[in-house]
Design a protein around this ligand. Sequence first.
Ligand SMILES: Nc1nc2c(ncn2[C@@H]2O[C@H](COP(=O)(O)OP(=O)(O)O)[C@@H](O)[C@H]2O)c(=O)[nH]1
Ligand SMILES: [Mg+2]
Length: 373
Amino acid sequence: MESLTPAEQIITILYNEIKNILGDASPLNIEPNKKNLVMLVGLQGSGKTTTAAKLAKFLKKQGKRPLLIPFDFKRPAAMEQLIMLAKNNSLEVFGEMTGTPIPVLQKALAYMENNKFDIGLIDSAGRKEIDTETMEELRTVANTFAINETLLVLDSTIGQGALKIAEGFEQYIPLTGGIFTKYDSSAKGGSILSFRYVTGKPVKFIGVGEKIDDLEIFHPERVVSKIVGRGDLATLAEKAEQTISREEGKDLFEKIQNDTFDLNDYKNQLDAIKKMGGFSSILSSMPVIPGMNLNALSDEKMLVKTEAIINGMTKEEKANPEIIDGSRKKRIAKGSGVTNHEINVFLKNYTMFKKFMQGTKNVKSIDQILKLR
Ligand SMILES: Nc1nc2c(ncn2[C@@H]2O[C@H](COP(=O)(O)OP(=O)(O)O)[C@@H](O)[C@H]2O)c(=O)[nH]1
Ligand SMILES: [Mg+2]
């Protein structure tokens, strides 16, 4: 604490936590001297076809022999797109344009065998939305063939919407990882963080442009820097720095460590938040944490009421909120102009907040933080 400003503490802890969630870079699960299958799945427009071609080029550069397999028999135009991409970039493609999925894929595998291809890249059918028919088809393919990797291709510009899509696909097929495209036009890495956190699956590649070489192995560290480094959190930390003095920060840290954090401190925290421009301005500069109810937190009216409730409490009640029984609630409600229910909500929120603060207790010793720098 002595040598770190509060801003640095926030950044350091976040950096560490985000890095833990993202894990290490995860290579493609490909076995040598074997026919490997990598299937790209995702909604229409997410970038599957482009990514399939990029991956083929990427693997070819590594000395592998990839075969592109267009796999959308209901949309011949989608298949032609891949065939064109292959042609323009001297990549090999399996050109069977008609049939049903299973026999076509069997033929593709035989073709791989006969022509010494080692990786089949399946550009699967994707619709505008998750639909049962396409999903069942994917499920059948996944159940029939030994597929090394089923990678969900996600458009990073859709932000947290990626989570719903990931959950939708996971209901039908086991995913082994994700690829985030259009990372060049997306300022944030928050959806990558959420994807990893919610699915537990690694992000393997990111698409960083429309050209064939615009594919990068995903390096968690770089995204963490993007999120934490110079991003919005830095701005938040600056605000916090201006508002919470070093001494106060130290004091708070000790209280959390010693479990003596009470409603008086809660009120001080709320005051600091008010000085920073309210919850909604703070929340808008943070990556979304899955499962966190932002609406409840960003309600400024609730903030005013909370303050009124705390002001209506005695010193003793603030230090020991557990003693607030029915008759005390009645008195506070009358004095603060709030309802009994609002007091209950407030007390519940406080309990949750306290729990959350306690959760941060064992995060770091100061030595661990310093080692990071
Ligand atoms: N800027 C950018 N555009 C991309 C990227 N990946 C794909 N695209 C574009 O996104 C659009 C849809 O891609 P496509 O591969 O056809 O998506 P599919 O429907 O999932 O096969 C195309 O215009 C691509 O050029 C990327 O990483 N960056
Ligand atoms: Mg396509």
